[in-house]
Design a protein around this ligand. Sequence first.
Ligand SMILES: Cc1cc2nc3c(=O)[nH]c(=O)nc-3n(C[C@H](O)[C@H](O)[C@H](O)COP(=O)(O)OP(=O)(O)OC[C@H]3O[C@@H](n4cnc5c(N)ncnc54)[C@H](O)[C@@H]3O)c2cc1C
Length: 256
Amino acid sequence: MEKLVSLGIVENYFEKLKNNLSVDAAIVGGGPSGLVAAYYLAKAGKRVVLYERKLAPGGGMWGGAMMFNDIIVQQEALPILDELGVCYKPYREGACVVDSVHATSALVYAATKAGATIFNCYSVEDVIFRDEAVAGLVVNWAPVMREGMHVDPLMVTAKTVLEGTGHDCMIARLVARKNNVRLNTPTGEVAGERSLNVEQGERLTVENTKEIYPGLFVSGMAANGVSGSFRMGPIFGGMLMSGKKAAELMIAKING
Ligand SMILES: Cc1cc2nc3c(=O)[nH]c(=O)nc-3n(C[C@H](O)[C@H](O)[C@H](O)COP(=O)(O)OP(=O)(O)OC[C@H]3O[C@@H](n4cnc5c(N)ncnc54)[C@H](O)[C@@H]3O)c2cc1C
């Protein structure tokens, strides 16, 4: 039995790893926008892999606001919750309240059920840069990165890459810095996030979701960060709609 347990895990894990070394879409970060993008890409039949450096995907969605574990989702984003089977309670002025633990686990479930593969405890440390385009990711174990160990990474080629890393926009930053290129942002660089403004932040999250360099798309707070727009706190409709828009743009690019 002991041998079966170990063999079952090792054989299947390496099969999964092997099947995801060359994909249609590689997503960095398992926050709400990355998970929703993974769901729609997988639903469209694309081969999609998502890397999350923490043990549990879900990003900043689990904790609600100040650990009060409810979040707000506005009316425009409810079709996404309906499609993914997430339960919500109508509140006021079209806004709904959602239990953040229920919603986060539902996004993880929906993405993986649709066929996306999630690798947790992986840190994306760089991109593959070829022919003036982002062509994949360079990944390593998150604990290896945290310990600062000198261990070389693995490479994963991808037709499209999505940065959904949240506030830091670390992928966009390193693409611009290491390759000395200008991004499709107002400044040509990572402009950096502004202070909180809920209405503007929600609208601009979706507007700023785009391809910022050939092969590299941004979603969620990373989309706002690169374009210099507002944070918004524990309202999540913009994150969900941003993930859906990112998937649509990436599908169009993959399909050529
Ligand atoms: C811990 C945390 C606390 C937050 N607190 C606030 C807050 O107080 N106020 C506010 O307005 N917003 C906060 N946010 C962001 C907020 O939750 C967002 O509105 C929303 O969650 C953003 O969604 P997102 O899809 O952009 O990704 P996020 O929810 O930000 O998730 C990004 C994910 O990417 C992962 N990641 C980052 N870099 C890498 C990498 N190199 N390789 C692999 N995975 C990576 C992170 O571990 C995280 O799970 C927080 C986010 C996090 C992660």
